[in-house]
Design a protein around this ligand. Structure first.
Ligand SMILES: *[C@@H]1O[C@H](CO)[C@@H](O)[C@H](O)[C@H]1NC(C)=O
Ligand SMILES: *[C@@H]1O[C@H](CO)[C@@H](O)[C@H](O)[C@H]1NC(C)=O
Ligand SMILES: [Zn+2]
Length: 306
């Protein structure tokens, strides 16, 4: 009998937490982002994500460098697409271990999953904004520190996670790289459904966006909002067409309503600094070593660009 009550109580807690948050602030319920901190204390913290990235306030950081990606071009990975009621997750089921290092990270980080955030229209949808401007969508590649054995172990630890964010802008043409994902979306329309996807090299998804980036310390952008994330947001947006973004908008959320506007509004920066990495700084063009050695290199680069 006692056991029954315990199970019943834990069951209720689990259900309440699962259904307890959404993206719409309203008077009828306290599920929207403004109220997340009622049930998830960390959401009211001082180092929350996303943020508005203000170009004029960025500081060049010489300790930042380009990333190196290990096994991101592998097709020997099994990926599963899951509609979790808030977004669509593309997670690693088995196969090669994908790993990032460099990029000013304290150690190597292992790939866990990627997912997207998008708007009801193209007017908004990204979580981060740049000088107040939203993009129609944003993808997050979530990695856990190699210090931890599982995502669960890392998720609430300082610097436990490294997330790479890329914006999407709308292109006339379809982005063919996305086709296997978009095709599989039709099979995960309902919350809690999932689908294995054919061989897909994650490098092809992000290749066009690699380059300059910003770096800051922040949080998960969904409850529990743990302040465990080393954030990297790349400057150059990726592309998808209107019909491709519509496929994401056709999904249903946890309430069987259209899954749109699944982005958290920007949070206060507070005491944090946002650092910038630029390819130019790596070639010496913006360092203190601009001199006789830097000059020929700059000229070579200029020649190549022509
Ligand atoms: C996003 O844009 C839509 C218009 O398409 C607007 O109705 C909505 O209020 C915007 N959401 C936010 C959070 O700014
Ligand atoms: C969707 O599900 C059907 C039925 O299981 C399957 O035949 C089809 O291959 C799936 N589509 C994709 C793109 O995975
Ligand atoms: Zn995200």
């Amino acid at each position: 009998m006692e056991m029954f009550y315990l199970i019943a109580i834990f069951g209720l807690i689990a259900v309440a937490q699962a259904a307890d948050w959404g993206y719409i602030d309203s008077e009828e319920n306290d599920e929207g982002p403004e109220s997340w901190s009622v049930n998830f204390e960390a959401c009211g913290g001082k180092s929350q994500s996303p943020i508005d990235i203000v170009s004029a306030d960025l500081e060049i950081d010489d300790s930042l460098s380009a990333f190196s990606f290990q096994s991101y071009s592998s097709e020997s990975v099994e990926l599963k697409l899951t509609n979790n009621g808030h977004t669509v997750n593309i997670g690693l089921v088995s196969g090669d271990q994908l790993m990032i290092s460099g990029g000013g990270l304290p150690e190597s980080f292992l790939f866990e999953q990627f997912h997207l955030h998008w708007g009801e229209s193209n007017a908004n949808g990204s979580e981060h904004t740049v000088n107040g401007k939203s993009y129609p969508a944003e993808v997050h590649l979530v990695h856990r520190s190699s210090k931890y054995r599982t995502l669960g172990d890392a998720v609430d630890q300082p610097e436990g996670l490294a997330v790479l964010g890329f914006f999407f802008e709308i292109s006339e043409e379809e982005n063919e790289v996305l086709t296997p994902l978009i095709d599989a979306l039709a099979n995960v329309t309902e919350a809690e459904s999932s689908q294995l996807i054919p061989a897909f090299a994650i490098e092809s998804l992000i290749a066009d966006g690699l380059g300059d980036y910003v770096r800051y310390s922040g949080s998960l952008t969904t409850p529990g909002c743990f302040e465990s994330v080393i954030w990297t947001v790349f400057d150059t947006p990726l592309k998808m067409s209107d019909s491709q973004i519509e496929a994401f908008r056709s999904l249903e959320d946890v309430k069987s309503e259209p899954m749109v506007g699944n982005f958290r509004p920007v949070q206060n920066l507070n005491e944090r600094k946002v650092k910038r990495y630029s390819n130019d700084q790596a070639s010496g063009a913006s360092g203190y070593s601009v001199g006789l050695f830097a000059l020929p290199l700059t000229m070579i680069v200029a020649t190549l660009k022509m």
